[in-house]
Design a protein around this ligand. Structure first.
Ligand code: URP
Ligand code: ZN
Ligand code: ZN
Ligand code: ZN
Length: 473
């Protein structure tokens, strides 16, 4: 067992910061000590196997990306990152845990869907991973299967109000699944967009010759997100289910969540880096077919309408609790290109798993959020929300040695030819310049990224059995 001492760094938590040394014994944090402390008279620096000098750097809990889709079958193709490539890219970016979505497709058993995702991930991951369960077919058998999920370490399931004929659940199905959520304590995650109305709008736009990627954002209007968010909140209210709205992009949806929270309901919201930085005009509206790179759902919103600014504010005020990526990468060639001449056939998704910590750190640089809030929304809240806190999301004795050493004076240029380890033929973040740099990443006490080198091994990552949410009351 290796003992490691991280010395001289500024240890940052969700509630404060202090210069401290972190002692890791094997896979687990053993102590957080005043700088230069001895332990029972021993000079720690000379008694440990490995010393990492973090002077001038932030020492923070490894990132937790609670929304990824590695090798997900979607839109007639499959997300281009495997668990191997996607988790390695995550490690490069300072993320040490992902929670991916196991899928029960229509006509399938939930148990078989979960088993299939274990099969894809086991032995392939660079970092630890857990699963949410997508319930794509709410019926008597799948409702019963929800009762068994917690024993499998799965404490949340996702339902869809979008994608008719694929994943969409109608209101009656949602109601029944939410009743299960209320009785089991499992968190309901909701893709809140009115998919039936959106599909009609999309067909009408295409019939009018409006086939470019830009119109993906027009069909998936903010009204469709606000309405579905409100409906989900009301269904949760009547059933007593705790509700977590995924990938929130419209400021009107944020307002729905804020209103429900102010009324005391257990409702939470997640946003993603793309909804903080990218827009309908600049990205989806890029010339020709280029906008396809940014086709995701919910869609990028209008810059003129000010959704991005509102989203930063909501993160600051806790109307939105955390940031995940919804990492769902597709190459342009042979994948996004399926939608040339018809935006509705472009596979939905953006690849960001590598850049979330860097992109959100810019919120600190730009004065949107504090350093502590950065840690909270990228690691501590995801850990609490999804039942991993204590082991994950915190630097404290007994926690896993999942640590990011971040250099605030470093610099990172993002782009396909630059920092990019995701299995994609482009970057949705081309040209982004980051004040800050992921220097060292430890996963359960083992250094896996060491100053611009990946030094981990395929299969380092283990399955995380999650408990019930520690966030809701
Ligand atoms: O565009 C997206 N979000 N693709 C992934 C599937 C989903 O709805 O999260
Ligand atoms: Zn979704
Ligand atoms: Zn998603
Ligand atoms: Zn470096």
């Amino acid at each position: 067992m290796t003992t490691t001492l991280i010395t001289g760094g500024m240890v940052v938590s969700a509630t404060g910061r202090a210069l401290a040394d972190v002692l890791i014994d094997g896979e687990t944090i053993a102590a957080v000590l005043a700088p230069g402390s001895t332990l029972l008279g021993n000079d720690l620096k000379t008694s440990v196997d490995k010393v990492i000098d973090a002077t001038g750097k932030y020492v923070v809990p490894g990132g937790i990306d609670a929304h990824t889709h590695m090798q997900m079958p979607f839109g007639g193709t499959e997300a281009s990152d495997t668990f191997e490539t996607g988790t390695r890219a995550a490690a490069w970016g300072g993320t040490t845990t992902i929670v991916d979505f196991a899928i029960q497709s229509y006509g399938e058993r939930v148990e078989d869907g979960l088993a299939a995702w274990h099969e894809k991930a086991a032995g392939n991951c660079a970092i630890d991973y857990g699963f949410h369960q997508i319930i794509g077919d709410v019926n008597e058998a799948s409702l019963k299967a929800i009762d068994g999920l917690l024993d499998e370490g799965v404490s949340s399931f996702k339902l869809f109000m979008a994608y008719p004929g694929v994943f969409l659940s109608d209101d009656g199905q949602i109601l029944k699944a939410m009743q299960k959520s209320a009785s089991t304590g499992l968190l309901t995650m909701m893709h809140a967009e009115n998919g039936s109305a959106i599909d009609i709008l999309a067909q009408q736009l295409i019939a009018d010759g409006k086939t470019d990627p830009y119109y993906h954002g027009i069909a998936r209007a903010w009204q469709m997100e606000e309405e579905a968010t409100h409906r989900a909140i009301m269904l949760a209210n009547v059933t007593g289910a705790p509700l977590y709205v995924v990938h929130v992009s419209a400021k009107q949806a944020v307002a729905q969540i804020a209103t429900a929270r102010d009324a005391g309901q257990n409702v939470y919201g997640e946003t993603c880096p793309q909804y903080l930085y990218l827009s309908l005009e600049d990205n989806l509206g890029a010339p020709g077919f280029e906008g396809a790179k940014w086709v995701c759902s919910t869609p990028l919103r209008s810059k003129e309408e000010g959704h991005q600014q509102q989203m930063w504010q909501a993160l600051r005020t806790n109307d939105i609790q955390m940031v995940s990526t919804d990492h769902c990468p597709f190459c342009m060639k042979d994948q996004k290109e399926l939608g040339i001449g018809n935006f509705s056939k472009i596979p939905n998704g953006i690849g960001s798993v590598e850049h979330r910590m860097d992109l959100l750190y810019q919120g600190v640089v730009n004065g949107h959020i504090t350093l502590e809030r950065w840690v909270e929304i990228t690691s501590t809240t995801p850990a609490r929300m999804f039942g991993m806190y204590g082991k994950k999301g915190v630097i404290a004795p007994g926690a896993d040695g999942d640590i990011l050493i971040y250099n605030p004076n470093g610099h990172t240029s993002i782009g396909y030819e630059k920092t990019h380890h995701m299995n994609m033929d482009h970057s949705a973040w081309e040209g982004y310049e980051i004040d800050g740099h992921v220097d060292t990443v430890l996963s359960r006490g083992k250094v896996i990224v060491d100053d611009n080198a990946y030094v981990g091994t395929k299969g380092d990552g283990q399955y995380v059995r999650r408990g019930l949410s520690q966030y809701l009351i």
